[in-house]
Design a protein around this ligand. Structure first.
Ligand code: FE2
Ligand code: FE2
Length: 185
């Protein structure tokens, strides 16, 4: 994989769309591990996609699936907590100055650990119920709505260091991350 441009479809089944993004995030993590790849370009694409993907899930997918009783409040909140933990690990990755350093590689493995866990859990506990219990019409509707938000965030460079700092700070304020771990300013 040498081209890190992120596709921006405008319609589709929400389950297929989210799953395709998960595979893309996994590919980008693999590229960041590869010394012969353009790790910096992969980091930029990964950060933008991860933030846009997760924020758009929280914005309309989780709440809508909850209101249709496909998932419950606990599953929604657990997803949000995992997004917060992933964003916190992403922040460390963005704070690494270069990409050919031990600090970068350690931070990358930190993100990979929390993100791989979240992807597995989301596909099992949110996407499987959506396949089973959400109508084809609802899945298409959610797909369109999610893409509008996701693509808008991608265009706005949602994965910038400044924006990720802001999102992590808000997660602490909202109690989604344990407070004793808040980094010193
Ligand atoms: Fe996801
Ligand atoms: Fe997610």
């Amino acid at each position: 994989m040498t081209d890190y441009s992120i596709p921006q479809p405008t319609s589709g089944d929400i389950v297929d769309l989210i799953t395709a993004d998960h595979r893309l995030l996994e590919d980008l993590m693999r590229a960041m591990r590869d010394e012969s790849a353009d790790r910096e370009a992969a980091r930029v694409a990964f950060s933008d996609l991860l933030v846009a993907h997760s924020e758009a899930e929280e914005d309309n997918v989780y709440p809508k699936l909850k209101s249709k009783k496909v998932i419950d409040g606990e599953e929604e909140e657990h997803g949000e907590e995992e997004h917060a933990a992933t964003n916190e690990a992403l922040l460390k990755l963005l704070q690494a100055k270069g990409t050919d350093t031990q600090k970068f590689e350690d931070a990358l493995e930190g993100v990979a650990e929390v993100l791989n866990h979240h992807i597995g859990e989301e596909e099992l506990s949110i996407l499987n119920p959506a396949r089973e219990d959400a109508s084809e019409e609802l899945r298409q509707e959610l797909g369109t709505q999610w893409l509008v938000k996701r693509n808008e965030l991608l265009e706005s460079g949602a994965g910038s260091l400044e924006n990720v700092e802001k999102i992590v700070k808000k997660a602490y304020d909202d109690g989604l991350l344990p407070n004793d771990e808040q980094p010193q300013e």
